[in-house]
Ligand binder design. Structure first.
Ligand code: NAP
Ligand code: ZN
Ligand code: ZN
Length: 347
């Protein structure tokens, strides 16, 4: 076994604290890489606090992981020692179901293995995430990280990046489309960058007036404050697509009014509480509400290559791992600019 250092929550009430644990030896198809940076996703906080239910403790969060390969198994063909490597939200899946066959491992019908707060495909070995110094992952779930991008700023692409890229590609968002991104946080700021790169006319819908200048710097064409009734009125019927990244309870029907005929409201934000929806908010205008989960492995590599080509990375604030709690506190207040990334050298 490989002795590993990390930060873990022991229960849903406890704060993250140093914890030592074991990872499996490098198997024939495994890659071991030392973790240099790990992004901090709002999902980490939802799960440590068990807001979605079913959390497994002790929990080592982190699924925006990048680093350098230190060992490869005998049958590994895709990586060699010294390569840059990354892992996102999944470390395995069944490989044989219809979804897996289509490269949609995120929708594995048997259940994929989440990078943390999950179980390996044996359905009994718990997984531990990227707030740690090293990780062992089957090579099929390890991504190649482009050389030309800043490594720390690349980490958030593994979740915030793919989660916003995948739906924009699925719904073929591009030139001639009006896209609204709701919530300017980790996911939202990546949604803006991708929307702009794909040629859409992008509006940020935010509760934070102070983020307007940042939205413009990120490339957004318009900015609206959703707490201002006059601005909401002006947004009526405006958008072809709304990418909703909000982490907390909010009124979906309010956003339906902003969709044009045939408009689609895409939920990627995952508030812990259910919401009510009146059928008429969809019927009038033939509107849809949809959801999307991260992206498959091949699509994640496509997204990384797209970022390399378009020079896209996340805007990050680097933190020391001992400052994780203040970072969470700021995240809850919507005060993230626009992703915290842990410098794992501080572990
Ligand atoms: P984040 O950085 O905290 O950003 C969320 C943003 O939502 C905030 O910055 C804020 O933006 C807005 N917001 C927060 N509370 C709000 C409220 N009560 N009403 C309206 N807006 C509010 O979080 P994140 O890491 O981007 O994650 C966002 C959500 O996506 C989380 O629920 C996370 O679990 C989920 N997620 C889903 C997937 C997936 O596969 N579907 C993957 C990753 C994450 P403004 O200040 O601009 O209003
Ligand atoms: Zn995430
Ligand atoms: Zn499967």
């Amino acid at each position: 076994m490989i002795a590993t250092k990390g930060y873990a929550a022991q229960t849903k009430e406890s704060a993250l604290a140093p914890w030592s644990f074991q990872r499996r030896e490098v198997g024939p198809h495994d890659v071991q890489f030392d973790i240099l940076y790990c992004g901090v996703c709002h999902s980490d906080l939802h799960q440590i606090k068990d807001e979605w239910g079913g959390s497994i403790f002790p929990m080592v969060p982190g699924h925006e992981i990048v680093g350098k390969v230190v060992a490869v198994g005998a049958h590994v063909t895709k990586f060699k020692v010294g390569d840059l490597a990354g892992t996102g939200c999944m470390v395995d899946s069944c490989r044989v179901c219809e979804s897996c066959q289509q490269g949609l491992e995120q929708y594995c019908l048997v259940g994929n293995s989440q990078t943390y707060n999950g179980l390996e495909q044996d359905k009994k070995t718990p997984t531990y995430g990227g707030y740690s110094n090293t990780i062992v992952v089957n090579e099929d779930f390890v991504l190649h990280i482009p050389q030309n991008l800043d490594l720390a700023a690349t980490a958030p692409l593994l979740c915030a990046g793919i989660t916003t890229y995948s739906p924009l590609r699925h719904w073929k968002v591009g030139p001639g489309h009006k896209l609204a991104v709701v919530g300017l946080g980790g996911l939202g700021h990546m949604g803006v960058k991708f929307g702009v790169a794909l040629g859409a006319d992008v509006t940020v819908l935010s509760t934070s007036p102070r983020k307007e200048a940042d939205a413009q710097k990120l490339g957004a064409h318009h900015f609206m404050v959703t707490t201002d009734p006059a601005q909401l009125e002006a947004a009526s019927g405006q958008f072809d697509f709304i990418l909703d990244t909000v982490s907390a309870e909010h009124d979906y029907m309010q956003y339906m009014t902003m969709l044009n005929v045939d408009g689609v409201h895409i939920c990627v934000g995952a508030p812990p509480t259910p919401s009510a929806m009146h059928a008429f908010s969809l019927i009038i205008g033939r509107k849809s509400i949809a959801g999307s989960s991260i992206g498959g492995i091949a699509e994640t590599q496509e997204m990384l290559d797209f970022c390399a080509e378009h020079d896209i990375v996340s805007d990050i604030e680097m933190i020391d791992i001992k400052d994780i709690q203040p970072a969470y506190d700021r995240m809850v207040k919507g005060d993230v600019r626009y992703r915290f990334v842990i410098d794992m050298a501080t572990l």
